[in-house]
Design a protein around this ligand. Structure first.
Ligand SMILES: [Zn+2]
Length: 449
């Protein structure tokens, strides 16, 4: 029996309720409360009884109870690359919301494409399976790889060197990436009711599974909690990002982060699949009860740890590690200064939600992203394995059943180091520096989302 299962909290009798209301900054707390109050019903309820009509996509129709893959050309051209991408549509027999799931907006982030492939596997979409379209109320659109040229070349960027996730809503007559963003915005985004954007950490680091959402946006908050994860970062989306334009359309949007670029992280993929199914169940698009975590950490602050010297980084902790203040989390040695090394200590007690994986660092390179944990430490340690590594909900298969009222919500106060979590490391790349992008590990380490 693992620690989660032996947790007395599941009975709801022996556990004390934890409400640490003063921890989130008062301004942010008020903003979240006001937003929820102002908007009691975020979307009209769908008629779940009558039959649904055909779903139209890219001038094609998907009949109720059907699964169909439709190609969407990212560029509308008569000659040259049009970069077709597959949009798999599972259209239910009954009406309901349109949920769009997107992978690889950053072409080298493979958690999304792999999770989408699992979702579309025969095991899930077969007769009687959890994604059998005959049992669906609404429409699920799955786009495993939205940045097709980036995916093929194992690059975060578009061929013109731009970040697709910073060019929304795009422009029909703009640069290449803006044209693609414009096409995605009008074909896939505007008629969605909820959007789940699946990511991994940028090159050189790895993320513990986590969700990012603007918690002052009620529909996004609902979607974020529905995913069933413990760590939710309350962040305003960066300018030009998909999440930002989606929220501006008043559509629910979350970013899932798990694993690292150019690699397949089994746990991050499994948690993503589990999370998408949880959200679909919560939204009543598919039958069944969603799995909920023991608690949620709603974080409005975090601390980035940077190297204070250069050389070869030897990490002693990884994504999901719980660290104490003053604990040595890495050493840096410089082969040009034989025999010398320095130690990096954690400045705070907390949870490592992102850790560097690339061993080459210079002074200032980020090596870890830590959620400060000042209270409820025992609760979190109780969900760590013998190596103090956090066990994410859904990573060990089907989690213990919990009612929503059994989930504790813990606010983590503070500020994002140097600004917003999504934007702090972001650089405004232009095509002038395209050539340096692919090989510039340090630069890539500083990208977000
Ligand atoms: Zn990304």
């Amino acid at each position: 029996m693992d620690k989660k299962e032996s947790d007395p909290g599941k009975t709801g009798r022996t556990r004390k309720k934890i409400r640490i209301s003063h921890e989130m900054s008062p301004d942010r707390k008020k903003a979240v409360k006001d937003a929820m109050k102002a908007k009691k019903v975020s979307k009209p309820e769908w008629d779940r009884i009558n039959e649904s009509s055909a779903h139209k996509f890219n001038r094609k129709k998907v009949k109720p109870g059907e699964i169909r893959t439709i190609k969407l050309n990212l560029l509308k051209v008569t000659i040259g690359d049009s970069w077709p991408t597959s949009v798999c549509i599972l259209h239910g027999n009954r009406p309901g919301p349109v949920v769009t799931i997107i992978g690889a907006i950053h072409g080298d982030e493979l958690t999304g494409p792999s999770a989408c492939s699992h979702l579309l596997s025969e095991a899930l979409t077969c007769d009687g399976g959890p994604l059998d379209p005959k049992k669906i109320a609404g429409t699920i659109r799955i786009v495993p790889v939205i940045n097709t040229p980036g995916f093929k070349s194992n690059s975060r960027y578009f061929p013109d060197g731009r970040d697709l996730n910073r060019e929304f809503p795009g422009r029909r007559t703009g640069n290449t990436t803006q044209r693609v963003a414009h096409r995605i915005y009008h074909s896939l985004i505007k008629d969605s009711d909820y959007i789940i954007d699946l990511h991994s950490a940028a090159k050189g680091r790895s993320n513990m599974p986590q969700v990012r959402a603007d918690l002052t946006h009620p529909t996004s908050q609902r979607l974020a909690k529905s995913f069933g994860l413990e760590v939710i970062l309350d962040s305003k989306p960066p300018k030009g990002s998909l999440r930002r334009v989606i929220n501006n359309l008043d559509i629910g949007a979350i970013t899932y982060e798990g694993g690292g670029a150019s690699s397949l992280d089994h746990e991050a993929v499994q948690v993503a699949v589990n999370g998408v199914l949880n959200s679909l169940k919560t939204l009543h698009v598919i039958p069944g009860s969603p799995n909920r975590p023991r608690f949620r950490l709603l974080a409005s602050g975090s601390t980035w740890l940077r190297a204070h010297g250069g050389g070869l980084l030897d990490m002693l902790v990884g994504p999901g590690s719980f660290v104490e203040e003053g604990e040595v989390i890495a050493t840096i040695s410089d082969p040009q200064s034989p025999g010398q090394s320095i130690e990096l200590e954690s400045p705070i007690t907390g949870l490592f939600i992102c850790a560097a994986t690339h061993p080459f660092v210079t002074a200032g390179t980020p090596v870890g992203h830590i959620l400060p944990i000042t209270k409820s430490k025992e609760l979190i340690l109780n969900q760590c394995d013998e190596n103090s590594r956090f066990i994410v909900n859904g990573s060990l298969g089907t989690p213990v059943w919990r009612e929503e009222s059994d989930v504790d919500e813990i606010s983590i106060e503070g500020e994002w180091s140097g600004g917003n979590v999504d934007s702090e490391w972001q650089r405004n790349w232009t095509n002038e520096n395209t050539n340096s992008i692919q090989n510039n590990i340090i630069a890539a380490e500083e990208e977000e989302d």
